[in-house]
Ligand binder design. Sequence first.
Ligand code: UDP
Ligand code: MG
Length: 337
Amino acid sequence: MARRPTKTTTMRRSGPELSIVVPVFNEARSLEKLHGELVALARNLKKTRQMRLEIVYVDDGSRDETYRIASGLQADDVDIQVVALSRNFGKEAALLAGLDHARFGAVVFMDGDGQHPPQMVETLVSRWLDDGYDVVFTAKAHRANEPWLKQMSAKAFYAVLNWNARHEIPKDAGDFRLLSPRAVTALRAMPERNRFLKGMASWIGFRQVRVDYEPAPRAHGASNWGMRSLIGLSIEGLTSFSVAPLRLASLLGVLIAALALIFGFLIVLETVLYGKDVPGYPSLAVGLMVLGGVQLVMIGILGEYIGKLMWETKGRPVYFIAEHRLKTRADAERPAP
Ligand code: UDP
Ligand code: MG
């Protein structure tokens, strides 16, 4: 497992503390602008709330200049960590790496592509400090500008996910969220390797609140989520957070068996009443194919869960660290060599 930096207790601290975790994958062109905005935010929070801030950039195996640029970022009012993973492990792994390295009590997760407006962090902080919420999550105000297919699949996803669940995962929640220190502690106690932060952050409970926002368009480049990885994440989310698909399979089995019984009864009735004999081979073929298809799908669903068990039992680390830098304010105050 990754090293977790020990807390420095020598420094006297007042006011609340917050780590902002930013996973970045090939975001070289967005990074400087984002950093500027985050530093401005830090300055503001320091003034208005005596808050101490750190930014944890997690470079998820970028193939562009992301790491070099992140390592060169400077600021007086804020501590900076740059954690570089040994390859591209995916956003969920990058978020965990950030969580493992965050040194301050509360944590904000936000994207590095400029879609999550840094000014919003002040709203999140206010809900935490002024209103006492532990998990402040954001949701897109409306998805109207998204393609129809994406909207429909999102709907279906949450319908299955929350079907029969004791604990509902809120619809449309994004990964832009704030967790209070005790929520962070709870999240850290969850050891699973198949990670689905949206679900996990909601599952821990405490006082949760939703804040709507309008995501900005991506600053540069295209989303790293193609339809394929979105489907991947959906299957991941579903199978790691609910056994609803398995239950659906059982229900479908019962339904089909019942239909087959009725059908069989009708055939017997026809033969007895009207003297008709064997209804023929087409109905047989259709019946076989439908059943075969259904069975294959259900075996596939079972396989998803077994595969998940395999990965969990292997117990591999979720990521490896290639480089790690920590720049504290003390460094900034020291004269350059
Ligand atoms: N990201 C990452 N690893 C990946 C893919 C994405 O760390 O393998 C980061 C990416 O740099 C960005 C955030 O995760 O900061 C969200 O990615 P993206 O914008 O592609 O997703 P979307 O906004 O479409 O959900
Ligand atoms: Mg994005």
